[in-house]
Write a protein that binds this ligand. Structure first.
Ligand code: NAD
Length: 472
């Protein structure tokens, strides 16, 4: 069984001040697979002091060297792709193929883009007779969730290092092992001492201390909206910048001009995205919004798509017992509030081994039902019906979230027009586009700020106007 009992500060693996040891449970089996010794608030001070020294007094880390390190990091992770994938499968249950292709493949693509963007980025630009300089914001605390352990960490760490900011990384309690592999890869890639600290531990202790810390200049957080709120409160005392990638209840809207074949394709794509990673994807399309007259077709097609997701084969377990209970609670409430069960078991018994739960498709879901508004973070898709484009837009926007959306229509101009009316950080039209140059982030309570590409890099930069003396 794997044991990790060091934290990473100033380029060294050191003993933490914290003494608590946490047992990590493999969600595929429910058995303990590793133990980690957790950092505490004293370790936060040590790690932030290390990062602060680099930010304030460290030798310069030139852009060309940062580009080279990010490319080397890409290579080190690629070489160890199987190890990363197996580790994530054990930590949060991803099936092997998904772990390899998506849990490892996606962050590699994002990192390559970050290096490309940095290589071509103009940190200074003239504006009138002034110079606009973009400078690193300083020490960054990166707080990440468990659902895409490498991707979420690297989206922040890659962009922050690219910007020239030292980072303190605080991964989710249940997925620190991937973060250890990332730090080892970063060391091997030549990321200099002090630029990447690692603190495994509890969010309520470490996350909160980082958000409050006077020597942390920015918190970049991905996780739940509830914790995002708490981080904003904690950060308010020092007016630090806060970037938040939060939850979603994302719709896929099918317009009424699709022929049968395109309609079927759209349902399959949408439900597939809703169930990806066992529904534990912030951007998942968990609401399928179809024309009223096509409800029966949608039910049949969505059920058929869901049936192809087999627990223990191509559908991983939920990542933890807590998550299993949460999802079961959402299902019970949905049935109580009148949602139709069109596929799956809405009252599942807890499995004897691991935290598997089969996909569920619910029909006749309205925005008044909790299942129509609240994020489930499990393999549950809700079907809603609309009476035309205006009604579809109303339904699409009828949640507090606004992270991602899909629009499918035969007339691309009409589909684009609907896409413009959806209040969401990303809207995909007629398919899922994986452009990692495009920014990703939320409207409304799905967050603040953007990740990926140029927008992701600029999150970590301050803007300075350098003004020449007045003329004349
Ligand atoms: P979470 O909010 O419980 O935890 C996320 C991180 O915050 C963890 O590292 C945790 O330890 C830490 N944390 C917990 N309490 C804290 C506190 N008081 N102060 C500071 N940090 C604290 O979320 P989760 O359960 O790990 O992840 C699931 C949630 O993340 C879902 O709501 C999902 O939508 C969201 N998510 C969003 C995105 C996105 O990009 N928008 C991506 C992935 C996940």
């Amino acid at each position: 069984m794997e044991t990790r009992d060091r934290i990473h500060i100033d380029g060294e693996w050191v003993e933490p001040h914290g003494e608590e040891r946490l047992e990590l449970v493999d969600p595929r089996t429910g058995e303990v697979h590793a133990t980690v010794r957790l950092a505490d608030a004293t370790d936060v001070d040590r790690a932030v002091a290390g990062a602060r020294r680099v930010a304030d007094h460290g030798p310069a880390w030139p852009v060309a060297a940062r580009v080279a390190a990010l490319r080397a990091l890409h290579d080190r992770i690629s070489e160890r792709a199987d190890l990363f994938a197996d580790t994530m499968s054990a930590e949060m249950g991803s099936p092997a193929a998904f772990a390899r292709q998506v849990q490892v493949g996606m962050p590699l693509a994002t990192l390559a883009t970050t290096a490309d963007v940095l290589e071509g980025y103009a940190f200074d630009e003239p504006l009138g007779d002034s110079t606009i300089a973009r400078e690193p914001i300083g020490v960054v605390a990166a707080i990440t969730p468990w659902n895409f352990p490498l991707h979420q960490a690297l989206a922040k760490v890659g962009a922050a290092l690219a910007a020239g900011c030292p980072v303190v990384l605080k991964p989710a309690e249940t997925t620190p092992l991937t973060a250890y592999l990332l730090v080892e890869a970063a060391r091997d890639a030549g990321v200099p001492a002090g630029w990447l600290q690692l603190l495994p531990g509890r969010g309520s202790v470490l996350g909160s201390a980082l958000a409050q810390h006077p020597d942390v200049d920015m918190v970049s957080f991905t996780g739940s909206t509830a914790v995002g709120r708490s981080i904003q409160r904690d950060a308010a005392g020092t007016i630090k910048r806060v970037a938040l990638e939060l939850g979603g209840k994302s719709p896929s809207v099918l317009l009424d001009d699709l022929d049968d074949e395109a309609f079927a394709r759209a349902v399959r794509t949408s439900v597939g995205f809703g169930l990806m990673n066992t529904g534990q994807t912030c951007a998942a399309w968990t609401r399928l919004v179809v024309p009223e007259e096509r409800y029966d077709d949608a039910v049949a097609l969505a059920s058929e798509t869901a049936r192809a997701f087999v627990p223990g084969e191509n559908l991983g377990p939920l990542a933890s017992e807590v998550q299993w209970d949460r999802v079961a609670g959402h299902l019970a409430r949905a049935v109580e509030e009148g949602a139709e069960v069109v596929h799956g078991d809405p009252a599942p018994a807890r499995p004897e081994r691991g935290f598997h739960l089969g996909p569920v498709v619910l029909g006749r879901v309205t925005p008044e039902m909790a299942i129509g508004r609240e994020e489930v973070f499990g393999p549950v898709v809700a079907i809603q019906t609309h009476g035309g484009d205006d009604d579809a837009v109303r339904l699409a926007n009828a949640t507090d979230y606004g992270l991602s959306a899909g629009v499918f229509g035969a007339d691309p101009d009409r589909a684009f027009a609907v896409a413009r009316r959806i209040r969401s950080g990303t809207v995909h039209v007629n398919g899922i586009n994986g452009n990692k140059l495009a920014p990703f982030g939320g409207y409304k309570q799905s967050g603040l700020g953007r990740e990926y590409g140029r927008f992701g890099l600029e999150e970590f930069l301050e803007i300075k106007s350098i003004q020449p003396p007045p003329r004349g």
